[in-house]
Design a protein around this ligand. Structure first.
Ligand code: ZN
Length: 243
């Protein structure tokens, strides 16, 4: 949002609007300043939600009845929960902690109920032939953010939404930085896309597609317990640096 300097030509109503916007910005500024000390504490206390994609009869990507995406997502999600807890985050939750079916609606409700600091959804890619490999990180699109309106409540709402979108990009960038160490030269980029899991929720979020199960090299990595730990560590470091 751009700041518009008041001029002598503006009407009374417009002046009142500008003054009230300025007042809100001053209040927000003051709140940011006084709230800094407690913000760090708030971040540690607030929940982080890890979403292990698929589960139960929904296998996700499957390769020859020996490797199912749903199982690998869960293993990486559980390892990430341990890493983040070790890093000092007090409430690290999973959308599912076992092999069970969970609908998109149930996952969305869980996120809404817990108002988390951020959400990380774990998936493993498949398809596009067996040569495709590497990881992709998705963040919610800016396309859904509305233009600033003259109404102050709408401006505040848009500011909040844009902050969450910026935080999602930041989170994606830091996770990418650390995942590069596990998947050297296999970064397929950061991608903007609508995230159904975050429908109607204004919370920073990323979806990580970690490697391709359909690629022999990647499959060897994502099914290896040691590499799963490395992936969890890399994501955890990214989370910590982004906050
Ligand atoms: Zn998936």
């Amino acid at each position: 949002m751009q700041y518009v300097a008041p001029t002598l030509k503006v009407g009374k109503m417009k002046r009142i609007k500008i003054i009230s916007i300025c007042a809100i910005l001053v209040i927000l500024g003051g709140w940011c300043f006084t709230g800094q000390a407690s913000a760090q504490q708030g971040r540690v206390n607030k929940a982080i939600i890890i979403d292990a994609g698929h589960g139960g009869p929904d296998l996700g990507v499957k390769v020859a009845d020996t490797a199912y995406e749903k199982d690998l997502n869960l293993r990486i999600a559980l390892a990430l929960q341990k890493e983040l807890t070790r890093a000092g985050y007090q409430q690290v939750m999973l959308t599912r902690s076992a092999d069970k079916e969970m609908s998109l609606k149930e996952r969305i409700q869980l996120i809404k109920n817990n108002d988390p600091l951020l959400v990380i959804s774990i998936h493993i890619n498949g398809g596009f032939g067996n040569k495709s490999k590497g990881y992709e990180i998705y963040f919610p699109g800016f396309g859904t953010a509305k233009e600033a309106h003259s109404e102050t409540s709408a401006i505040i709402k848009d500011m909040t939404k844009n902050k969450h979108l910026n935080d999602s990009v930041r989170l994606a960038q830091y996770i990418q930085k650390h995942l590069d160490g596990v998947f050297s030269k296999e970064n397929r980029g950061l991608r903007e896309a609508p995230i159904p899991l975050m429908e109607g929720i204004n919370v920073p979020a990323v979806v990580i597609e970690i490697g391709f199960l359909t690629n022999k090299e990647n499959r060897k990595k994502v099914t290896d317990g040691k590499v799963q730990q490395e992936i969890a560590k890399a994501i955890s470091r990214g989370v910590k640096e982004s906050l």
